[in-house]
Design a protein around this ligand. Structure first.
Ligand SMILES: C[S@@+](CC[C@H](N)C(=O)[O-])C[C@H]1O[C@@H](n2cnc3c(N)ncnc32)[C@H](O)[C@@H]1O
Length: 216
């Protein structure tokens, strides 16, 4: 697939690109607004983790966090490991190379307080993927999703990065159809330009498992 080829080859430049367009700061902004107590030993699952921007932002805000990071691209995971080692706190992260749309063998029996998906769901079927990941989140746990907006700029970025953004409604429905309640929308202030043109964020809470449609 084009995007798998793409991420295998851009892992070295990805962070510089994201620094220049203000994305790194935007991730800090999003993480700052996730409603969890800061001294908690939160267990985080970073899906489609890429080079680890969310993982590092989580450690900054929740120094006691335990993080597991998953990505389908081996090169992105390698870069994430290098970035985590470079970080001043030298935290340890469990990394898994895996497809987030399918059950993840290495996570069997694991349950998390928080799942973050930054820029992942536009590459996959959102309903199927959220349903798959729900099993790894505790009841009452939070899921932060940050997709690319379905506007002119988002579609343009999608053309270069190999995806088509979904509508806000479709993204949210993937959660509300799978036993999540929408808690809040996070809107990037204009000072995060130009990334504020393309990124948005939604926080959901998992209510229970009762309504999850049976996985095929
Ligand atoms: C736009 S990048 C986002 C990376 C990181 N979350 C961030 O915000 O910087 C999308 C990532 O999703 C990964 N990805 C795409 N499809 C995936 C899948 N089915 N399962 C796991 N990861 C996937 C890509 O390899 C890439 O690293």
């Amino acid at each position: 697939m084009y995007h798998q080829y793409l991420y295998s080859n851009i892992s070295k430049f990805y962070d510089l690109f994201l620094y220049l367009n203000n994305y790194k700061r935007a991730v800090d902004y999003f993480v700052k607004h996730i409603s969890l107590p800061e001294n908690q030993h939160i267990r985080l699952l970073d899906v489609g983790a890429g080079t680890g921007l969310y993982t590092l932002a989580i450690f900054k805000r929740f120094p006691n966090a335990q993080v597991t990071a998953i990505d389908i691209s081996e090169n992105m995971i390698k870069k994430l490991q290098t970035n985590v080692k470079k970080g001043s706190s030298a935290k340890s992260v469990k990394t898994i190379i895996s497809d987030a749309t399918k059950p993840i063998r290495e996570l069997e029996g694991d349950v998390f307080d928080l799942i973050v998906a930054g820029g992942l769901l536009e590459y996959v079927d959102p309903d199927l993927t959220v349903r798959n990941l729900t099993r790894y989140l505790k009841t009452g746990g939070l899921f932060f999703n940050s997709p690319v907006k379905n506007n002119f700029w988002g579609r343009f970025v999608g053309l270069t990065m190999g995806f088509k953004p979904y509508s806000k409604e479709k993204n949210r429905k993937a959660f509300t159809d799978n036993c999540f309640t929408h808690i809040k929308e996070l809107v990037l202030p204009i000072k995060y330009f130009p990334i504020s043109l393309v990124k948005e964020g939604d926080l959901f809470r998992k209510d229970n498992n009762l309504n999850i449609k049976k996985l095929e």
